[in-house]
Design a protein around this ligand. Structure first.
Ligand SMILES: [Zn+2]
Length: 529
């Protein structure tokens, strides 16, 4: 839907006038509109939310960016980038939350409502870049991303090409597949290719608009009845490695635009939670055949997915770490991993650590615990300052199912203010343990997260992080590593969780399943959906 000729010439004139009136001054993007370029909007909400956690995510968790601020997410959309010059851009609202509990209906309605209002301001659009995660859960609403895109379609119409970009741990419902024209997801876990994937989604959209080819003629969707945790499906190791390595070559075939494999999200209980393969392109045979090959390859590997690092109980993990001469010995506190949807404030693991006699004296093995939210302790630390003594309760404000709030008493060794997630971070030394206490929850994924607090994880005996598989910086730092099967909202032992609404049979819950139907379903194009 490029503009009609008369509109073009009017806009040309307008832009020339604006160009002259604009000398030396900064003008908003909209006044610089180029009539020969496509009009492309940007929108999306990203969160992974566990329905097995008592936490609730509210609007502020999304740290929503509006208008021009949305570009800041994308280094490939800097003002002087090629992509910025290829279209007239209309960024609306994009939010990206740390994974957490289910999103309140009010938060969802408010963010979606504002997005739709912003979209209405600049209609019509040739394209829309829909940048989501795909594992949002909302109170009283199934398939929120499917609902969101459907409501976007009600505003922008059915002709606009929507290019959907997702995390491979997202879920692709039939409705989301139907309303998307181009759809893709990451090919690496950990997600080192996140930006590359988003860029691919944008480039595919612009390529189709510029070439006039429009929507790909075929979209194949194959649901695979497999539900596995991310900690078993890393693409760093087999069988995930070779499964995902086949994706890029598949997209290089003539007649294929893109191909993607979704592992899906394991900590929400809805019919859409399972693996999916999708392939888009213009040649029907190629599209369906490629989708079926990737889906079959996933199914055939199903029994080979194992935890990507040794797992053990927390007690065994601590025994091993204390006895080890390798440092840092990293322990993943997996059950409450906030980047998978845990509340991030379960105190069970920290309590077990502080109870161990080995860590009671300052001469014990050095251990960093990252991290536990404790606004009361943070307040107390601000009062006494670095070097002062504090004693206050931390954690279990959200998830107290496994252990109550913990009274933490020790010496403040650092206070940092201004982190976008934590707001304020405090380090408290208790015996030989440095505990990071935050005002709000924050994932600790980078060396800098620690060194900013005066901690040196590389020269610490044991580093315990609320995380699943180690992100690259921590992985490169580790001398040894174990994943502790701790309790929380993202318990890695899926068979311990009570699923009621996922499709059955489902691997690995139903033993001796028959081979499922992995034939490709052709999804109607968005204007026929
Ligand atoms: Zn993910």
């Amino acid at each position: 839907m490029l503009r009609e000729k008369s509109t073009y010439s009017f806009l040309c004139l307008l832009s020339i006038l604006l160009l002259f009136s604009d000398c030396g001054g900064k003008s908003p993007e909209s006044t610089k509109e180029k009539a020969d370029l496509p009009r492309v909007a940007i929108a999306g909400l990203a969160i992974e939310s566990s329905t097995f956690s008592p936490a609730v995510s509210e609007e502020d968790a999304f740290l929503a960016r509006r208008g021009e601020e949305v570009f800041d997410y994308y280094p490939f959309m800097k003002p002087d980038s090629i992509n910025r010059s290829r279209a007239n851009w209309f960024p609306t609202l994009r939010g990206h939350a740390i994974p957490g509990g289910i999103v309140s209906r009010e938060a969802y309605e408010s963010l979606v409502g504002e997005t739709l209002e912003r979209l209405k301001e600049n209609l019509p659009y040739d394209g829309l870049f829909f940048d989501i995660h795909g594992a949002m859960s909302v109170v009283g609403l199934d398939d929120p991303e499917g609902d969101f895109i459907e409501r976007i379609r009600e505003v922008i119409g059915k002709e606009t090409i929507i290019s959907t970009s997702m995390d491979l741990h997202g879920n692709v419902s039939w409705r989301l597949a139907g309303n998307s024209d181009l759809i893709t997801c990451y090919r690496m876990a950990p997600h080192e290719d996140a930006l590359e994937s988003k860029k691919r989604a944008v480039n595919n959209l612009l390529d189709r608009l510029e070439s006039g080819k429009g929507k790909p003629a075929f979209k194949a969707w194959v649901p695979i009845p497999i539900l596995l945790p991310g900690e078993k499906t890393s693409t760093r190791v087999e069988p995930g490695k070779s499964l995902y390595a086949a994706v890029n070559p598949a997209t290089q075939q003539e007649g294929i635009v893109d191909a993607a494999i979704w592992v899906g999200y394991a900590w929400a209980d809805e019919p859409r939670n399972h693996a999916v393969v999708m392939v888009t392109g213009d040649e029907k045979e190629k599209v369906t055949q490629t989708a079926e090959e990737l889906a079959t390859s996933f199914w055939e590997r199903r029994n080979k997915f194992e935890f990507i690092a040794p797992t053990a109980s927390l007690k065994e993990s601590l025994d091993m770490a204390i006895a080890s001469d390798k440092s840092p010995f990293m322990i993943s506190d997996m059950g409450d991993n906030p980047t998978a949807g845990g509340a991030g404030d379960v105190t069970w693991t920290l309590r077990e650590i502080l109870d161990r006699p080995e860590f009671k004296s300052t001469s014990g093995p050095s251990l960093i615990y990252a991290s536990i939210p404790g606004p009361d302790l943070v307040e107390a630390a601000l009062e006494v300052g670095v070097g002062g003594k504090v004693s206050a309760k931390v954690g279990a404000a959200v998830d107290d199912r496994f252990a109550p709030p913990l009274l933490l008493s020790g010496t403040v060794t650092a206070i940092e203010e201004g982190d976008k997630n934590a707001e304020i971070e405090v380090v408290v030394k208790v015996g030989s343990v440095h505990v990071i206490v935050t005002k709000k929850r924050k994932p600790y994924h980078k060396e800098k997260d620690f060194t900013d607090l005066g901690l040196n994880p590389k020269e610490t005996d044991i580093v315990v992080v609320k995380i699943g598989y180690l992100v690259p910086e921590l992985y490169d730092m580790r001398a040894d590593w174990i994943m502790a099967l701790t309790p929380g909202g993202v318990d890695q032992d899926l068979e311990r969780l009570e699923f009621k609404r996922i499709n059955r049979p489902m691997f690995p819950f139903d033993k001796n399943m028959e081979t499922p139907d992995l034939s490709a379903r052709l999804v109607p194009l968005s204007h026929e959906f």
